[in-house]
Design a protein around this ligand. Structure first.
Ligand code: NAD
Length: 371
């Protein structure tokens, strides 16, 4: 029994509090039915924090996030704050958390629930049972490398510069996360770069291979060029288990893989920081891929399943509670199979439900599965 794990909930703005509200009901269910207690605290981030405190993330909230075993995040932003200066925007709160928690490994699963195979942009036969994990390096590479900028040349024309740069340590720490994840899955990692045209890609390939040979001999490692990977993701996505890649290629490939699953309201994610040798834990933040959806906020229309699946990832990866994560994922699977759908994933002949009615259906399934 895992007791008194510290969980900080930052619901944020727009539909964030609505979808997080349904997860809170599942947390209460776990407490009552599985005798799993968490120390749950709540904080403000994004527009909600701006309105209350004049900053998108208070230092105290950041300190709580750093002290927590995991952070469950909703979403931030909205038209109310769109015209604020860049450093005041709600999104700065999330960026600060990512930076201060050193969340270098971004995990984006692309999972197709059988009942949603028709919603994929590919033929159902190509994606049925799809379960890929993309591990994207999130704090280095070309989005952060220097030199960078736009300069004016002597002839008056301009030149834009960004630099892809990685060190052994940066490559190996994200590759380690990928190998460890693969060890809990199908034990296959595909490392993706452009070693044919980029020196940083050549280094990436060598360092990932060296780490595998030294510490993860039981994991099957393959290497693939990023352009080929994009093609293979839409040609034969089932060939992949875990993909590990740099910030730039991960940004693009994870969005591509996301479309294989059909709906933004179904996509969870996790971001992990370095392992603390003393406590044996990593900073970790779990959030849906979607934003605050201002167009449907406050109307009971939001699909809470991406947030709930993010919570299932939190249980699996931060709290080592794989059985409870399985339970939640099976409940989602069964609810979808029964045709219970929020508007974003509604098909002909299915039962349209509100955000809270989807929560009801999940709790009913959890009761049934745990009986
Ligand atoms: P969005 O993801 O909020 O919405 C895109 C579309 O998908 C909308 O039509 C929305 O109604 C729909 N949608 C999203 N999540 C849904 C759900 N759970 N259920 C049903 N439908 C859902 O993206 P956007 O419209 O580009 O951005 C809106 C705001 O969110 C902006 O302020 C943006 O900056 C912010 N944003 C925040 C995050 C974050 O907090 N991590 C991420 C992306 C965007």
């Amino acid at each position: 029994m895992a007791a008194n794990k510290k969980l900080l909930v930052l619901a944020g703005d727009g539909i964030g509090p609505e979808v997080v509200g349904q997860v809170r009901r599942v947390i209460d269910w776990l407490d009552k039915r599985r005798h799993v207690s968490f120390d749950v605290s709540e904080g403000l981030c994004g527009g909600a924090a701006l309105d209350a405190h004049g900053t998108p993330l208070k230092d105290e909230t950041l300190a709580e996030a750093l002290a927590a075993d995991a952070v469950l995040f909703g979403s931030v932003g909205g038209p109310k704050w769109d015209n604020l200066p860049f450093e005041k925007k709600p999104e700065r709160g999330l960026l600060r958390l990512r930076k201060e928690m050193d969340l270098f490994a971004n995990l984006r699963p692309a999972m197709v629930f059988e009942a949603l195979a028709d919603a994929s942009s590919l033929k159902p036969g190509l994606v049925k049972g799809l379960n890929i994990m993309i591990v994207r390096e999130g704090t280095g590479g070309i989005y952060f490398g220097s030199p960078r900028g736009i300069e004016t040349l002597p002839d008056g024309s301009r030149r834009g510069i960004n630099t892809q740069v990685y060190t052994t340590a940066e490559i190996q720490r994200v590759a380690r996360v990928a190998f460890e994840l693969a060890g809990k899955r199908a034990k296959r990692v595909c490392s993706v770069e452009k070693a044919n045209v980029m020196e940083s890609g050549q280094l990436w390939r060598e360092e990932v291979q060296a780490l595998r040979d030294k510490s993860f001999a039981h994991i099957e490692l393959s290497h693939m060029y990023a352009d080929n990977c994009a093609m293979q993701l839409v040609r034969q996505p089932m060939q992949f288990d875990v993909i590990v890649t740099c910030n730039l290629f991960g940004d693009i490939l994870s969005d591509c893989a996301a479309m294989l699953t059909g709906s933004l309201g179904m996509l969870p994610s996790a971001s992990l920081g370095p392992l603390d040798a003393k406590t044996g834990r990593r900073h970790a933040l779990y959030e849906p891929v979607h934003g605050s959806a201002p167009d449907i906020a406050g109307q009971g229309k939001a699909n809470p399943l991406a947030e709930l699946l993010s919570f299932a990832m939190l249980l699996r990866y931060s709290f080592d509670m794989g059985e409870d994560a399985d339970l939640i994922e099976n409940a989602v699977q069964n609810v979808l199979a029964a045709g219970v759908r929020t508007g974003d994933i509604l098909g002909p002949g299915m039962q349209p439900v509100s955000t809270s009615a989807m929560g009801d259906a999940i709790l009913k399934q959890l009761d049934r599965l745990a009986a």
